[in-house]
Design a protein around this ligand. Sequence first.
Ligand code: SF4
Length: 229
Amino acid sequence: MDKEKFAGIIFNRLAERYGRNLHTELSHKNMTELFVAVFLSPQCSDKQINRITPKLFRRFRTFHDYANADIRTLMRYLNGVNYYKTKARNLKKASKMIEERFGGNIPKTIEELMELPGIGRKVANVILNEGFGINQGIAIDTHCITVVGRLKLSRHRDPKKIENDIMGIFPEEEWGEISNLLITLGRDVCTAREKRCGRCVLADICPSSEVLEPDKENHFRRDINKNKN
Ligand code: SF4
């Protein structure tokens, strides 16, 4: 089976299992809050971020507020997030740049977002996809790296190379969704520590599966035919 067909089956099965409406678990009520929550998220769990943002968002509401924040005060609000001192400095600088260079508006391309201090490709992809519905790339996190490796969709470990590989096999309109679906699969059954293949909807087609079903071939044929329709 070629990789595009395999990717189609993966997408359909994961969408059927986890739904078509997955979104970030970072709490937010508007674009500024989404930007800040995603900005703070590298090397942190969503829970860690969600624990500190209610207070933070009550105190700081606009990029102007962050740009003009007293750095020690901002650090105090971010305490609890990994690397909070560096993130506080970068958030202040990035907010100043958004004000001065981008007229107070969050940029809408990966390239412009990555000009802001503290923003890498993954963060830029999540902001674009989650905030604006723009699919310029695919957000690759540690869950994606694990799952993509086990499904053998890429032989790389470097997120940028993985992103390139899977952008080539999933259609552009699915890029935002497939990222969320792979992350959800990684959190649910395909964790870095443990493979729970017995509960995985890809168990009969995954090359790393520890559960081999006797009618594997029939599953393939059934899904390929479904994909053609
Ligand atoms: S079958 Fe197992 S290894 Fe493959 S994706 Fe599912 S949980 Fe991961």
